[in-house]
Design a binder for this molecule. Sequence first.
Ligand code: SF4
Ligand code: SF4
Length: 479
Amino acid sequence: MSNDEKPLSSSTAKIPVKTVKIHPAKNGKERYKPGDQIYVRKNSGFFQRLRQRMNLVYFAFFALLPWLQYNGHQAILFDISEQRFTLWSLTLWPQDLTLLAWFFIFGAFLLFFVTTFLGRVWCGYMCPQTVWTFIFIWFEEKIEGTANQRRKLDQQKMSGKKLWKKILKHASWLFFSLFTAMTFSGYFSPMSELFINIVTLDTTVTMATILAFFTFATYGNAGWMRETVCLHMCPYARFQSAMFDKDTLTVAYDNNRGENRGARARKQAPKELGLGDCIDCNLCVEVCPTGIDIRNGLQYECINCGSCVDACSTVMTKMKYNQGLIRYTTEHDLEGKKVHFVRSKLIGYAVVLVIMSTLLILEIVNRIPLSLDIIRDRTELAKENFNGEIENVFTLKILNMSQTDNVYKLSVKGIENTKWHGKQKIFVKAATVHTLPISISVDPYELKSYMTNITFAVEQVSPQDDVIIEHESRFFNKR
Ligand code: SF4
Ligand code: SF4
């Protein structure tokens, strides 16, 4: 029974079921079962080169960005203890939550757009789990040899040589994991300080625990768990199929062209033997990092890395057949139907993306790097001072959210002839809060009711800038 469609029971009759025949591997067993060790065979080709180059750039950015300085501070720093994120000239505070919300919504729609258009390219080319797994496999190959050599080594009894190779492999993985953990921590704690603390073995217990956690998380994920993370832990793998349609570009095997599969001599014409183009060499399975056979159809385990595409293209070239038996294609293309790269779902995502990016830019451009909190004296809302005036006490918290030290002028409006008791010009260092206790007094004849709305204003006066914020409060009369 191959590729035939059967209706489900009446309650789910509209969902067609496609039954595919799972071909056993050449040794008569399924090559991969959950928990089996996968020995990924080394592979080369266009998509492998593309992935390696992208990964190199990606890794270089990851390793170098925490070292980058801008205007005397770390260019990118997500300082959780100080509750502020620095991105070059922009410092974000908890007050900038809407900006972060726009950013995350933008990221989500970008993911929807890319997944609908190009399938799981994120998984195959950019996901840290894939990038680090391939780096760890590189160490493995250098120390233990090819996939076959690694398989044989694992089947051998323990010997001095085997022990040495295993120690070397795990030491290299652990060292690289420590480097990853240190670099990753450098996004959350000033890198130069962190580096000195690590090399002088002078870290705090908290930092040492964080480093140990990320070191073992990297070692475990990229060294031991690998595809298990993609198959059983990654939520994206589970919901990405909801974004797929028949025009989504995915890696697929051309069943019509490939079947019947079977070995043949290069000179023999497949048609005469009743065969398709697949020579059943199993190479596409051996290079697959998730251990699946793409010839069994689209599977959620496939991370769209294109490794099987390269492997099969090499085989097709050697056999002097056309390339593309396994290729990036769409379901419509495989069915011989017209492919709609531009389609309503994609246009919808693109429109939302444009709106989101516009809102994000507007939010950044119009952002005022200054915040004011007003706390009233709750023990006594209003009191009468020695001059017979009504006085209210406030504590003003002025947060300089910019990256420069500034001078601010403070004022209040809403009631005529008020007197300000306390400083009216303050100097606030960059990224700090200035707490200022003040009081406002006024002749009782100026007060028309028990409670009057007033507005505090904070204006940046040095360096001169168009930064001003206002905050409403209330002034109380005595009962
Ligand atoms: S690499 Fe190509 S020819 Fe070889 S088994 Fe896979 S699909 Fe068939
Ligand atoms: S089936 Fe091909 S594209 Fe999918 S994960 Fe395996 S090698 Fe990568």
